[in-house]
Design a protein around this ligand. Structure first.
Ligand SMILES: [Zn+2]
Length: 201
């Protein structure tokens, strides 16, 4: 049972003996869809990207996102400042969604990834591995750094007609975080994680 692989396109179930894996990965014999792709040093790269994401997330929440200069009066705000203001303006659901999708869920996701990847890198089995992998799959669609960046950019362009808009350091950190998260999802797949877990002591 454990050696079965399902084609993501046509649902063909393949035993590991029927999968012809090449150096780059494997394709489905029926529809030629990609079954998996191999990335060299997948665990090491994923671990490095996870650490980078944690640092960027910390920086993105420590510095102002945006500053506005309206007739000589300058104001700037951080992400937490924005959420606090939304809460005060009777928009608690928006404030909670903002913090959850841009800070809490990405932070928990990256901490869980570090919890999984550090022991696996040293051939150790992380406690709660299967549970964490399932939780990560459930939580992932709720991490919306990309949507947040797009929203901020659209708002900044609209605001630029009313005031001088000064992008803060946090917006660059969020931009870099978006790229790091995209790279992480490219170099790491669950197949590699499960195989590393099986090999670990
Ligand atoms: Zn197929």
């Amino acid at each position: 049972m454990r050696d079965l692989t399902a084609c993501p396109e046509c649902d063909l179930l393949l035993n590991s003996t029927h999968v012809t894996a090449t150096k780059g990965g494997a394709t489905c014999p029926r529809c030629a869809a990609e079954l998996f792709r191999r990335h060299p040093d997948s665990l090491e790269r994923s671990l490095a990207l996870t650490c980078a994401a944690l640092v960027l997330l910390f920086l993105a929440n420590s510095f102002p996102i945006v500053g506005l200069n309206i007739q000589g009066h300058q104001v700037e705000t951080t992400l937490f400042g924005t959420a606090r203001q939304l809460w005060r303006d009777d928009m608690p659901i928006v404030a909670v969604l903002l913090l959850a999708t841009t800070v809490v869920i990405p932070l928990v996701e990256m901490l869980a990834m570090a919890w999984i990847l550090f022991p696996l890198r040293f051939q150790r089995r992380p406690p709660g591995f299967a549970l964490l992998i399932r939780a990560l799959q459930l939580a992932h669609p709720w991490a919306m750094v990309e949507v947040f960046i797009l929203g901020v950019l659209v708002s900044l362009v609209k605001l630029s007609h009313l005031a001088d808009v000064l992008p803060g350091p946090a917006i660059w950190c969020f931009g870099a975080l978006m790229l790091v998260l995209a790279a992480l999802s490219t170099v790491l797949d669950h197949r590699t994680l499960w195989q590393s877990w099986e090999r670990a002591a």
